[in-house]
Design a binder for this molecule. Sequence first.
Ligand code: PMP
Length: 355
Amino acid sequence: MDIKPLVRREVVSLSAYEPEDYDGVRIKLDAMENPYPLPEGLRAGLAGALAEVSLNRYPDPEAMRLKGVLSEYLGVGAENLVLGNGSDELIGMIIQAFGGSPGIISYPTPTFSMYGIVARSMGQEVMELPLTADFQINFDGWLRLFSVRRPKVIFISYPNNPTGNLFDPDRIRRLIEGCFSIVVVDEAYFSFSGESFIDKINELPNLAVLRTLSKIGMAGLRLGVMAAGRDIVREVNKVRLPYNINALSQAAAEYLLKNRAAVSEQVSKITAERERMYEILSGMDGIAAWPSKTNFILFRVRGAGKIHKELKARGILVRNMDSPGPMKDCLRVTIGTPPENEDFLANLKELLLEK
Ligand code: PMP
């Protein structure tokens, strides 16, 4: 039997996520991971915490202990939190709770691809707003669009992936106050930017803030956090599957957050290294780099596709963002350890000289 006619219309036109081929990659700078392994001093303690988990039982559906630790870490009430299997899952839950049939989901572009992918897979229309040439949001133009077609949910990556910059916080605030949509401020890179809307969640009832543990050394756990006022939390909880955070991830995140000094040290090293990398990249002939408030740097180099391939042949993987439009000839490099960054820079220099 041909199952094609049974596939939902929105799904037919999608393609599955294509994992990178990591064969031969010795330096992985493509996915905004923390390059440092779990600190030696935490390994035995973590193993002990995991050994205590009752794997024969379902996990705590409310993850109350973990939410307690997160509440103290984030400075918001546990009742203001919903956890997701990565913030990817939360993006889906928010659209499930607030999208329409169909609803409109809006976000500036270029940005994190999942907003559009998840929205389309859920049958939503997407309203994309191109960023200006210097990667800023044209807020007036955006609000004008909303007076014609009103989005149900707006996503703002703050700072923005892949451009690395923050947007004007006063204009974001006015947008939240002046629109009739749920506004999701995605702060996946907060640890590297220090800028946040999280203290506004009880003032602004249509604001939801997303955070993740992925960029600070726990990508393997898959733990994302939504912080919002109680009304948003109540609605999102209705579509959340009860056991979406597995017991091992709950226990590991709880342990690592309680012992986060070592992780914070790694974050400081990455932030310092980002500044050093930016100085070097922006001083290189043939490279235009953008300043970043994240743990990656976007840069333009002529023949980016070829450079990407040749770096990969040398075992160094960065992300190829090259496509017609504002990302023409752009590559995105995640900040690695100092030796990894040196290796990347030396190889990039060689490739530029060969051209
Ligand atoms: N938001 C942004 C802006 C991101 O760049 C990413 C990861 N690339 C995510 C969310 C997803 O993070 P998670 O690992 O928590 O699903």
